[in-house]
Ligand binder design. Structure first.
Ligand code: SF4
Length: 400
């Protein structure tokens, strides 16, 4: 039986630059034809290399702003994936859209192309916030997009909201979450605003023009979000992700569970770990991660020359994989299965971190029940610090 695989395509176009954004994209878009030709070439290369070993079952088209592509271009992209990989009945085909691109015809067209899940970049329903972030849409457009998505008949979709905007009135955040629920959004991703250095926001903070929100502000808003959404019937299944039953994102689970995924397009990341080796031999078994360069011009030129646009490639050790597993799974509702950590990754957390685990449990940051380690709500507030404390630091090849 072939193993599952997630496919990701990074579409590197945006209408304008949001002030906080560190993703790779270009504005002032010309024809995407050279990009589509290049990405087709890249997809074909990896299909030749891995295609017979895998059955691709999730597709995620992200960016950038995939909805900058028109329907013919989107068809070409999906067609390149479908004709290169075995994708019989995908579990999920997600497409990221921005509100300003969501016309009724466009949404209906996406459905007709087999897209069955949308991820909508709302960020806030307040125009003052959107202007501050330099988003290309208004709050009204975000509302209209959600109504349009319902009307087009999408069974599931997600909306992104950004938490912790500096100087945002407390009631704005609460109103944003409440409005999303009122509009029938079945999945919400609530991201903390992070200040990345190489962004306009990073520059504003450096120059003292903006002061990031305090830890207390984040904490208050995060607690409100957890309490309110749970009260409304959402599962808090990952630290930033809330879903009504039946609406969890499948593709994202791939990242958290070390399922193989292949990413195409400038700046896209891929992960491959030989499944035949990983379960039985306690071995990193050729596990590697690689990422493409962040330049559309070079990406197109290299692939035009039949050369892969890989910028960085990293072979992963079992210790690194164990740490990643711990870090990613700790963010999820299911937590870390300690038996799995031992048998697949060779890491005996209870033995290696006995004192830290006891201290974290005592402080109410984690629970350890039924062989599963989970963050408590207090622990979620300090997730990075808790994870850091549990990292397995010994890089020695102690168990091969
Ligand atoms: S639309 Fe998305 S990818 Fe594009 S600049 Fe804004 S946040 Fe970044």
């Amino acid at each position: 039986m072939s193993s599952p695989l997630g496919l990701y395509v990074h579409v590197p176009y945006c209408r304008q630059r949001c002030s906080y954004c560190d993703f790779y994209f270009v504005t002032g878009q010309k024809s995407p034809a050279p990009f589509l030709a290049a990405v087709k070439e890249e997809i074909a290369h990896y299909a030749d290399r891995y295609g017979d070993k895998v059955q691709a079952d999730t597709i995620y088209i992200g960016g950038g702003t995939p909805s900058r592509l028109d329907l013919d271009e989107t068809f070409a992209l999906l067609d390149a994936l479908r004709t290169s990989f075995r994708i019989d009945e995908p579990l999920e085909v997600t497409f990221e859209v921005n509100p300003d691109d969501c016309t009724d015809d466009y949404l209906a067209g996406l459905r007709a192309l087999g897209v069955d899940r949308l991820s909508l970049g709302v960020q806030s329903f307040f125009d003052a916030d959107l202007k501050w972030m330099n988003r290309a849409h208004t709050g009204k457009q975000a509302e209209a997009a959600i109504e349009g998505i319902h009307k087009a008949g999408f069974r599931t979709f997600s909306a992104d909201l950004i938490m912790g905007l500096p100087d945002q009135p407390e009631e704005y955040w609460q109103a944003n979450v409440e409005k999303a629920v009122r509009l029938g959004v079945p999945h919400l991703s609530t991201y903390m605003l992070t200040v990345e250095e190489q962004t306009p926001l990073g520059n504003q903070v450096r120059r003292g023009l903006v002061t990031p929100a305090s830890d207390g502000t984040f904490e208050r808003r995060f607690r409100f979000t957890m309490d309110y959404l749970r009260g409304q019937g959402f599962d808090h299944y990952e630290i930033s992700s809330f879903a009504r039953p039946g609406h969890r994102a499948v593709h994202n689970h791939r990242y958290w569970d070390h399922v193989n995924y292949l990413g195409f397009g400038p700046s896209a990341h891929s992960f491959w770990w030989d499944t035949a080796l990983r379960e039985h031999t306690l071995s990193a078994g050729g596990a590697e991660r690689w990422s493409n360069l962040r330049s559309l011009t070079r990406y197109n030129a290299l692939l035009g020359n039949h050369t892969l646009p890989v910028e960085e490639r990293q072979r992963l050790t079992l210790d690194q994989l164990a740490n990643e597993h711990l870090m990613l799974r700790l963010r999820t509702e299911d937590g870390v299965d300690l038996d799995r950590l031992l048998h697949v990754y060779g890491a005996d957390l209870v033995m290696e971190k006995v004192d830290d685990l006891a201290a974290l449990e005592e402080a109410g940051m984690v629970t350890l029940r039924g062989g599963r380690l989970r963050l408590t709500d207090d622990g979620k507030m300090l997730a990075d610090a808790v994870t850091e404390r549990l990292m397995l630091r010994d890089p020695a090849p102690r168990r091969r």
